[in-house]
Design a protein. Structure first.
Length: 271
């Protein structure tokens, strides 16, 4: 990581990335809109917006004599860490779903917001494929590289305070989603993603959690009615599923902690 990059510059380049990706995606879609199925326009906007998000950061770092793998925390992780993260991620996602429902009672989302959620319901198979590709795979990879790889890591090194770096990055991550009704949920996930990145010094565990969370959200948006009889209970996640999710979190974290410690021991030099 280049120590000459300042905090303001780092936040500025991330904001520029958000603005540039939105502008490029919008311009491309304005040209396609008269000729393309509306569902394809929606899915392409998500895919292109996520894909172009990486471009300004990459251009900024290009030629600065930095190690790209190090800057974006692209450190390989063991299969044990991967397995534990998958278990943890499913438990976390179901608990966050219940958190979302509880917050929805206190702060009910308006009708226009519910209509926006309906935009990710697709009948066109190609649009659905592009939606999952952009909203799950590309979003998880690009956003984790930028926020937990580039930004959080820089803040950790400049501030010398991991907790502050994780919390500030998570807050920034939540705010830039411009979604008042998901701010708490996104912030909570952002803190967990930041913890994973710091604990393993890798963005790959965060990519797994990010992808599983987004994938399940889109699956439920499109086919949630099929799971409603057994998944929901009086407007909440069924208590049995919630208990199983909490169990997955405890079991998954136990395995995650052991796997990370084991990986650290294997990297220690022999005396």
């Amino acid at each position: 990581m280049n120590p000459q990059i300042k905090v303001g510059t780092a936040f500025g380049i991330v904001i520029l990335s958000l603005l540039a990706s939105g502008f490029i995606a919008a311009m491309l879609l304005l040209g396609l809109q008269p000729f393309v199925n509306p569902e394809l326009v929606t899915s392409l906007s998500i895919f292109l917006g996520e894909a172009f998000l990486f471009l300004p950061v990459f251009i900024f770092l290009y030629g600065k004599q930095v190690n790209i793998r190090e800057v974006f925390r692209l450190k390989p992780i063991s299969s044990s860490v991967i397995q534990a993260t998958i278990i943890l991620s499913f438990g976390i996602t179901f608990v966050v779903d219940e958190l979302d429902r509880l917050i929805g009672i206190i702060l009910p989302p308006p009708d226009f917001y519910l209509d926006l959620i309906g935009n990710v319901r697709m009948e066109n198979p190609l649009a659905l494929f592009i939606l999952f590709l952009g909203g799950v795979a590309v979003a998880a990879i690009v956003e984790e590289m930028i926020f937990r790889g580039f930004l959080q890591q820089l803040l950790e090194k400049i501030w010398k305070d991991v907790t502050k770096a994780v919390l500030v990055t998570a807050l920034f991550f939540a705010v830039i989603h411009f979604n008042l009704w998901w701010t708490i949920q996104i912030y909570f996930l952002g803190v967990l993603l930041g913890y994973f990145a710091w604990r393993t010094n890798s963005v790959f565990p965060g990519m797994i959690l990010h992808a599983i969370n987004n994938a399940l959200a889109m699956i439920f948006a499109n086919w949630g009615y099929m799971a409603e009889p057994w998944y929901s209970w009086n407007g909440h996640v069924h208590p049995i599923i919630l208990l199983l999710a909490i169990g997955l979190i405890f079991y998954g974290y136990s395995r995650f902690d052991s796997a990370v410690k084991q990986s650290s021991r294997q990297l220690e030099p022999l005396s």
